[in-house]
Design a protein around this ligand. Structure first.
Ligand SMILES: Cc1ncc(COP(=O)(O)O)c(C=O)c1O
Length: 420
């Protein structure tokens, strides 16, 4: 069959056409162990394993499960890879991939503006095991190449990033990595395979927090790495030791969520783009970060390598820490929460949500302003979301204006004048 469209593959890829009991859906095989009929059956299985064959059956839950395998096959197909390995969380996928690639004495190059826990793992945790790291500014390819040392084994990056939605130029990354024979790992959580497929650019490993768009319903934790069959061997070995596998039940939820991935992501792309254009024109908004805006530093890269700009819009208000909180508290549709990618819109004030334990000076040093907000749109009506944002901006800034003008301080002035 000719290669099918992603909208067909999200529904059918990776799953058997004829399933047990002629069920339409792939069953949840909720078992930790798989039994053998007799000793001959066991010996046949062991022999096949010695020859690297799976013999069409499983052995023990930590080494594989049919529900997990179907989900992995779908994920590999969607990201144009040969093999996928499912994990209990996105962080498990990130950490196990790096642990399988690195040994004491190795060096990692990491772009900044990546997920905070990933940076922590690379720069602090791996340091305990003799792995060193250099962080380079996202978008500075000269610095990235210059950071490579003779012992550099991996370049780890993320695209788009959190919270500034920076887009990595995958062609440039791959050219640099291949020149120096270094492996590349790209966290593509914010993009999903619908918007961007890094393996098609020659990236070695793509990882996702499947907790986000892939699952899509804010009801599961999972992570995945996709790569070639050849590279997958070491990752499966690492997972068999670390044991950070996905149980069949969340794997099933993920398989089910994936069926609507294309529909959801298309909707989220459209909503986020309209939201970014709405915010950019609003006088209470200081700055909008969205790769679909021409003002974004990576607009051209995003247009060239992505088929949608994603569902996350970050923006700064003309407000301080408290004023920004007042705006968020006026919103009626988005929930305040730390994740993204599900059907419900989530919003978070980055200084309060992710960098709460940082002092204002520390936040300023890494460029996180008090009024920075991350909005991760869901699948609600864009008209309703925009109306909600408009009313919240109206209320928050009107309140702020009154507060400032009736205050005792004679110097107090309204911060925003857009509303009489
Ligand atoms: C870009 C990115 N990568 C990895 C992770 C970690 O994923 P999980 O929460 O599923 O462990 C997250 C989670 O917030 C993320 O945003």
């Amino acid at each position: 069959m000719t290669h099918q469209h992603l909208s067909t593959r999200v529904v059918h890829a990776g799953e058997e056409r004829v399933k047990p009991h002629h069920a339409l859906t792939t069953p949840i095989v909720q078992t930790s162990t798989f039994t053998f009929e007799n000793t001959r059956d066991l010996v046949d299985f062991q022999e096949a394993k010695l020859w690297g064959e799976q013999n069409g059956r499983e052995e023990y839950g930590r080494y594989g499960n049919p529900t997990v395998a179907a989900t992995e096959a779908k994920l590999a197909d969607l990201d144009s890879g040969e093999a996928a390995c499912l994990f209990s969380s996105g962080m498990a996928a990130v950490t196990s991939t790096l642990l399988s690639l690195l040994s004491a004495g190795d060096h990692v190059v990491l772009t900044d503006d990546s997920y905070r826990r990933t940076r922590q793992f690379v720069t602090k945790f791996l340091a305990r095991f003799g792995v060193t790291a250099t962080q380079v500014p996202m978008g500075n390819y000269e610095a990235l190449e210059a950071a490579i040392q003779p012992n550099t084994k991996v370049i780890f990056s993320e695209s788009p990033t959190n919270p500034y939605v920076r887009v990595l130029d995958l062609k440039k990354l791959v050219a640099i990595a291949q020149k120096h024979t270094v492996k590349t790992v790209v966290d593509s959580t914010f993009a999903t395979p619908i918007n961007q497929r890094p393996l098609e650019f020659g990236v070695d490993f793509v990882v996702h927090s499947a907790t986000k768009y892939l699952g899509g319903h804010n009801d599961l934790l999972a992570g995945v790495v996709v790569c070639s069959n050849y590279l997958m061997g070491a990752i499966k070995e690492t997972q068999a030791m670390l044991g950070d596998v996905s149980d069949p039940h969340p794997a099933y939820l993920l398989l089910r969520g994936l069926k609507t991935l294309e529909l959801r992501v298309q909707r989220q792309n459209q909503t986020a783009e309209k939201t970014a254009h709405f915010l950019v024109k609003h006088p209470a908004v200081r700055r909008v970060y969205y790769p679909g805006l021409v003002s974004h530093p990576d607009y051209e890269v995003a247009v060239a390598q992505m088929s949608g700009f994603g569902g996350v819009v970050s923006f700064e208000l003309e407000a301080d820490l408290e004023g920004t909180g007042r705006f968020i508290d006026q919103l009626q549709i988005p929930y305040i929460g730390p994740s993204l990618g599900g059907v419900e819109t989530l919003v978070g004030q980055v200084a309060q949500m992710t960098y709460y334990e940082f002092s204002p000076e520390e936040r300023a040093e890494i460029g996180i302003s008090d009024s920075l907000i991350r909005l991760a749109v869901g699948i609600e009506s864009v008209d309703d979301l925009l109306a909600d944002l408009a009313q919240a901006l109206d209320k928050a800034f009107h309140t702020e204006m009154l507060f400032q003008t009736v205050g005792d301080d004679a110097q107090a002035r309204p911060v925003v004048m857009y509303r009489p």
